[in-house]
Design a protein around this ligand. Structure first.
Ligand code: MTE
Length: 363
């Protein structure tokens, strides 16, 4: 038996709470990530919730607070599904750790990003039926898992601005890739906020609150914030740094692997790119000489506006060491930054520097 029915070769950063990502090969060439390969990021013990007992409370700045069972959610609202990529803000932290150590945070690789087809109902429909008021500028989510990593210990939570909460892509999901949502991914119900950092896609959600201000939950007010490089994270408090919401343009090389030995001649280089929010990836360039010269890779169309784009290119490699680099542009014309150094921050978020792998090409 593998932990949480994941593939046996998951890279497990921690068994408890379970934090694991697939090896790059588990994401390569697949538009949808199988549930067994999908990364999992947890801050507390995975709760066991009885779906018959479970209720969703909807309250705060609403005219008619609601308490809904799973059946009522299914019966009262139109079923929706969409393909969306989740990406953790700590994706590619390993590249920042190479710049300077980041104590207390796991060195995630490129696998804290995965894509699934999510099924559920639209958060906007639920908010509308509760009569969310116009002074509700934010919508907060509170979950059933309790995290001792928070200061003080508290249930996991977070919030999104009302304009995003009212957008049709934000789901309250009970299904993943055509199957019921599994326990580790948030059953019976999770929030899916496409285009935002994974932290806002709150699992095991049981309370939704319309508010004038963002959530004061630790994971919104204190964690998942981009602190200035010189800041001591141990002294960070609510409101310090920049609150992370929309995903930054990013790309990863999934094949070949870093430090891999490859044969000389033609090899395929492939990966994913993701623009985040309402942007698209417009172009992806690959260099096999550490960024001196570039060629454009073939970029597959996104399955859905909220999903990543897979890319590939066949290149010719000469014997010896080679550094393969990939960089993306988004539909606003913005490009990824060249190196991780200037991006370093004390919690190790948003490493969206050019993707790099070093390979040795056999003689
Ligand atoms: N929701 C709860 N209740 N508890 C958590 O620890 N982790 C968040 C988010 N939702 C978390 C949560 C983070 S940081 C990420 S990146 C995503 O869940 C990961 O979702 P996954 O584990 O389904 O891949």
């Amino acid at each position: 038996m593998t932990l949480w029915d994941k593939r046996p070769d998951m890279i497990v950063h921690k068994a408890d709470p379970y934090n694991a990502e697939p090896p790059p090969s588990g994401l390569d060439g697949q538009e949808l990530t199988p549930v067994a390969s999908f990364y999992s990021r947890n801050h507390g013990e995975i709760p066991t919730l009885d779906p018959d007992e479970w209720r969703l409370q909807v309250g705060g700045l609403v005219d008619s607070p609601l308490e809904l069972s799973l059946d009522q959610l299914r019966d009262r609202y139109e079923a929706k599904s969409l393909v969306a990529t989740l990406q953790c803000a700590g994706n590619r932290r390993a590249g920042l750790v190479e710049v300077r150590d980041i104590p207390g945070e796991d060195p995630w690789g490129v696998g804290a990003t995965s894509t699934a087809e999510w099924a559920g109902v639209s958060l906007a429909d639920v908010l509308a039926s509760a009569g969310a008021r116009s002074d509700a500028a934010h919508v907060a989510f509170e979950a059933a898992d309790v995290s001792a990593l928070a200061e003080p210990t508290q249930p996991y939570g977070g919030s999104i601005p009302a304009h995003k909460a009212r957008s049709p892509e934000v789901l309250l999901a009970w299904g993943m890739n055509g199957e019921p949502l599994t326990r580790v991914h948030g059953a019976p119900l999770r929030v899916v906020v496409p285009g935002y950092i994974g932290a806002r896609s709150v699992k095991w959600v049981q309370r939704i609150t319309a508010r004038a201000q963002p959530s004061d939950n630790y994971f919104q007010a204190t964690a998942y914030r981009l602190l200035p490089a010189e800041f001591n994270p141990a002294t960070a408090g609510p409101g310090d740094g920049l609150s992370l919401a929309s995903i930054a343009l990013n790309a990863a090389i999934l094949r070949p692997l870093d430090n891999q030995q490859v044969p000389q001649g033609a090899i395929r280089v492939s990966g994913y790119a993701l623009a985040g929010d309402d942007r698209a990836v417009a172009r992806l360039d690959v260099s096999v000489d550490a960024g001196r010269s570039w060629r454009q890779a073939a970029l597959a169309p996104a399955l859905h506006p909220w999903s990543w784009q897979q890319w590939h290119i066949d290149v010719d490699l000469r014997p010896g060491p080679a550094e393969i680099v990939a960089r993306a542009w988004d539909s606003t014309g913005a490009a990824q930054p060249e190196s991780a150094g200037p991006l370093w921050n004390p919690k190790g978020y948003v490493n969206n520097s050019w993707a790099r792998v070093r390979v040795t090409v056999a003689h």
